[in-house]
Design a protein around this ligand. Structure first.
Ligand SMILES: Cc1cc2nc3c(=O)[nH]c(=O)nc-3n(C[C@H](O)[C@H](O)[C@H](O)COP(=O)(O)O)c2cc1C
Length: 440
C-alpha cells in the first residue's frame, strides 16, 4: 500500500481528503476557544491546551530529574500550556521502562519537588500562569527495562506478541503482587501530594501493566476473565489513590479506550469483530471510575510498541501503516466523542493531534467547540515546537516551519533508552541522534 504523506496546504485540503477517505474529525477556525479557562475539581486551568506526558529516558540512574529532564520541563513551562501532564514516573524499580525513567521514591522526592517549583516559577514569569501539573504513575509491565534490556512482567502470555515463544511463567505477575501494587498507589499518591503535584494519574494505557490487565481474558484468578476481574487492579489502585488524596488533589487516569488487537487479546473490541472499536466496556469502566470520584480523564488509544500508527499517526515510523494517517486521527477522536457523549460533565482531554501539523490547532479548537473533549493534549508537538501554545493563543495559528513532521526519531531515541527530544527542531537532540543512532 502507498503511504500518502502530509502535504496539505489549507484546511480545505484537509477537508477534501477527509471526504475522499470517508472519515471525519472536528476542525474549527475558532482558535480563541482554546484560550478559555477550565474548572476541574477546584483547580482553574488557564487554557484548553495540555502538554501530554512525553517520556525522555533522561533521568539519573536512581530516577531523579537530570539536567536534560529539567531543561525539557523548562521548555514546557515556557510554552504557556494550562496543564502539564508529567511523563511516566515509575512507582517501583522493577517497572521502569528504561534505566532513565523517573522514579518516585522517598530519595527522589526533593529533586522532583525542586523541578516542580522551577516549572511553576518559569510559567509564572513567562506567561503569568500557574499550570496544573499531574504526575503519571506507572508500572511498565511487559515493557519494563530497568537495566536497559527487557525484563518483562506480564499480565498474561499473548500469542499475538509472543508468537511461539511464551514468556516464562515466573514473569507472569501474581495476584498477591498486584495487591501490593494496588496498596502502593495509595503511598505514591501521598508522596506526589507532598512533592507539590496537583494530581496523580493512575496510568492505564499503551499496554503497560494496568492496561494489559484490561484484556486479560485468558488469565485465571481474581484479575482475569470477567470484566469485573480484568478491571479490578485499575479500580482498586484508583480507589486507594483517591482514599489517600487530601483536599482538592486530583486523582485521574490516562486511559486506553482501545488498543487495536482482536478478542481475546484486545481491549475496546468485541468477540468476532476483529479490531473494530467497541466502546461498551470502556464506557462502563469510565462510569465506575466516575463513581469512585474521577472528574477528569485523559484519553488515548493503541500500543506504541506494536501498532504505533494507532497511537500516533505518522509520516515515518518503523513500518508502512496499513491505513491513511487521517483514519488514525479520526479513530482517536471518534472513540473520545463516545465517552464525552456518555459523560458530559466529565472533563476529558483528548490526544494525538500532532499529525495535523499547522492545522493541529484547528483540530483542537474543533474538538473543544464540538464537545469531543474539554481540552486537547499535544505529545510530539511539545518536543518539536513548545512555543506552539503561545502562537496559537496569541497569533491564532501555528508556524508550518516549526511543527513536528512526525518522523518518529524521538520515539526511536526513547526505545534505545537514549535521552529523547526533537531531532529535527532541536540541535541538541540532532547531535544525540547522530552520535547514538547514526554513528552506530
Ligand atoms: C518519545 C515519546 C514519549 C512518550 N512518552 C509518554 C509517556 O511517558 N506517557 C504516555 O502516556 N504517553 C507517552 N507518549 C505518547 C504521547 O503522550 C502521545 O499520546 C502520542 O505522541 C500521540 O500524540 P501526538 O500526536 O500529539 O504526538 C510518548 C510518545 C513519544 C513519541
Amino acid at each position: 500500500m502507498n503511504h500518502e504523506k502530509f502535504h496539505y496546504q489549507s484546511i480545505q485540503d484537509v477537508q477534501n481528503k477527509m471526504q475522499e477517505l470517508g472519515v471525519s474529525f472536528p476542525l474549527s477556525d475558532n482558535i480563541g476557544i482554546l484560550g478559555e479557562k477550565l474548572e476541574v475539581a477546584g483547580h482553574t486551568i488557564a487554557n484548553r491546551i495540555a502538554i501530554q506526558p512525553m517520556e525522555g529516558a533522561d533521568s539519573t540512574p536512581d530516577g531523579r530529574p537530570s539536567e536534560y529532564t529539567k531543561k525539557r520541563y523548562q521548555r514546557f513551562a515556557q510554552s504557556g500550556a494550562g496543564l502539564i501532564w508529567l511523563e511516566a514516573v515509575a512507582i517501583v524499580e522493577e517497572g521502569r521502562a528504561t534505566p532513565g525513567q523517573l522514579n518516585i521514591t522517598p530519595d527522589t522526592m526533593d529533586d522532583l519537588k525542586r523541578m516542580l517549583e522551577d516549572i511553576r516559577e518559569t510559567a509564572q514569569k513567562t506567561n503569568g500562569i500557574n499550570p496544573v501539573i499531574i504526575m503519571q504513575a506507572t508500572h511498565s509491565g511487559r515493557y519494563s527495562k530497568p537495566h536497559g534490556y527487557p525484563e518483562p512482567i506480564i499480565a498474561y502470555n499473548n500469542p499475538l506478541f509472543e508468537k511461539d515463544n511464551p514468556i516464562a511463567a515466573e514473569r507472569i505477575i501474581t495476584d498477591d503482587h498486584l495487591k501490593e501494587l494496588e496498596e502502593l498507589y495509595g503511598k505514591v499518591t501521598q508522596m506526589a501530594q507532598e512533592i507539590g503535584f496537583d494530581g496523580i494519574d493512575v496510568k492505564c494505557c499503551h499496554r503497560y501493566l494496568n492496561c494489559e490487565l484490561l484484556s486479560a481474558y485468558t488469565r485465571p484468578g481474581q484479575y482475569g476473565g470477567s470484566f469485573e476481574n480484568r478491571t479490578r487492579f485499575f479500580r482498586n489502585s484508583f480507589a486507594n489513590a483517591k482514599a489517600a488524596a487530601k483536599d482538592n488533589f486530583i486523582v485521574t487516569s490516562r486511559m486506553n479506550l482501545y488498543d487495536g488487537f482482536p478478542y481475546p487479546y484486545g481491549w475496546g473490541v468485541t468477540e468476532g469483530n476483529g479490531i473494530v472499536p467497541d466502546m461498551t466496556e470502556p464506557k462502563k469502566l469510565v462510569g465506575m471510575l466516575k463513581d469512585l470520584g474521577m472528574e477528569m480523564l485523559d484519553i488515548t488509544i493503541g500500543n506504541p510498541y506494536v501498532n504505533p500508527h494507532v497511537n500516533r499517526p505518522y509520516d515515518n515510523g518503523g513500518y508502512v501503516p496499513p491505513e491513511h494517517p487521517f483514519e488514525g486521527v479520526a479513530r482517536m477522536y471518534n472513540c473520545t466523542k463516545q465517552i464525552a457523549e456518555a459523560y458530559p460533565d466529565l472533563k476529558i482531554i483528548s490526544s494525538g493531534p500532532t499529525y495535523l501539523r499547522q492545522f493541529a490547532g484547528n483540530l483542537a479548537a474543533g474538538a473543544v467547540e464540538q464537545k469531543y473533549c474539554s481540552m486537547v493534549g499535544f505529545g510530539r508537538e511539545s518536543f518539536a515546537y513548545p512555543q506552539f501554545v503561545q502562537d496559537l493563543l496569541q497569533k491564532g495559528e501555528m508556524d508550518p516551519k516549526k511543527v513536528c513532521i512526525t518522523c518518529g526519531k524521538c520515539a526511536e531515541l526513547l526505545r534505545g533508552c537514549i535521552p529523547a527530544g526533537c531531532v529535527i527542531r532541536n540541535p541538541e537532540y540532532a547531535a544525540i541522534y547522530q552520535k547514538n543512532i547514526l554513528k552506530k
